[in-house]
Design a protein around this ligand. Structure first.
Ligand code: DC
Length: 221
């Protein structure tokens, strides 16, 4: 059976995951958050002090990352442990950004990502989905928003939590990650030539979900 594959790429904090999740639920698709896979490897690198490229390369073959879908929600397993609840800290974000620049890390996750797409109707989000992982996706979307808007959304999300970083710290972090993701030698964040750009800077959440759901319905007709 031919599966439907939708690629959503874009910078950190553009809302790819929450938007993809909502759209996937509406359409009965599986949402695959590839960033969570890089985060799991980032967590491994922090725990085992192997953040440097050579150090992570030496152990990458021993690291297993699997995805489980429980009630439609993705859980990330790292060497058999469910680490879904430990991968959202700023330390893990930076570690993920670092390890994701290592070719052996990307190669390690690529097969798994392709296999999931071949077997399921999916919305897969990340940085290189339209350009590398699913070059023949049925639809490619590049979801973006200004760095300031992304930082202010993140700040609103975090401000009630203890040790909330300042808006300026969040903005700096986002700009640093954008730079890392766009300037790495392998599979940099880029808009595929045939991707449709959706700039959500002045759009509400539901508006973005509707726009993307409409684009997907068009290609499925
Ligand atoms: O989307 P995210 O913030 O959870 O991603 C975490 C890091 O992983 C981010 O720095 C970019 C990287 N990443 C990547 O290089 N390729 C992907 N397909 C997904 C994420």
């Amino acid at each position: 059976m031919k599966t439907v594959n939708i690629a959503i790429d874009g910078p950190s904090g553009a809302g790819k995951s929450s938007i993809s999740k909502a759209v996937a639920t509406d359409l009965g698709f599986i949402h695959v958050d590839t960033g969570a896979m890089y985060r799991a490897i980032g967590l491994y690198a922090l725990r085992h002090e192997c953040l440097e490229p050579e150090a992570i390369e030496n152990v990458i073959e021993d690291i297993t990352v699997e995805l489980k879908f429980i009630g439609g929600a993705q859980r990330v397993m790292l060497c058999g442990e469910d680490v879904t609840d430990y991968i959202r800290s700023p330390e893990v974000s930076m570690a993920a950004s670092k390890v994701s620049a290592v070719p052996a890390v990307r190669a390690h996750l690529l097969d798994l990502q392709k296999k999931i797409a071949a077997e399921n109707n999916i919305i897969m989000d990340g940085r290189d989905i339209g350009s590398v992982v699913l070059p023949h996706a049925d639809l490619k979307i590049f979801l973006t928003a200004s760095a300031e808007e992304r930082a202010s959304r993140r700040y609103l999300e975090l401000r009630e939590k203890p040790n909330c970083p300042t808006y300026e710290e969040i903005l700096r972090d986002i700009e640093q990650r954008d730079y890392n993701d766009m300037h790495r030698a392998i599979a940099p964040l880029t808009k595929a030539d045939d991707a449709v750009e959706v700039d959500s800077t002045s759009m509400g959440f539901n508006e973005v979900v509707e726009r993307i759901t409409d684009l997907i319905r068009e290609v499925m007709e």
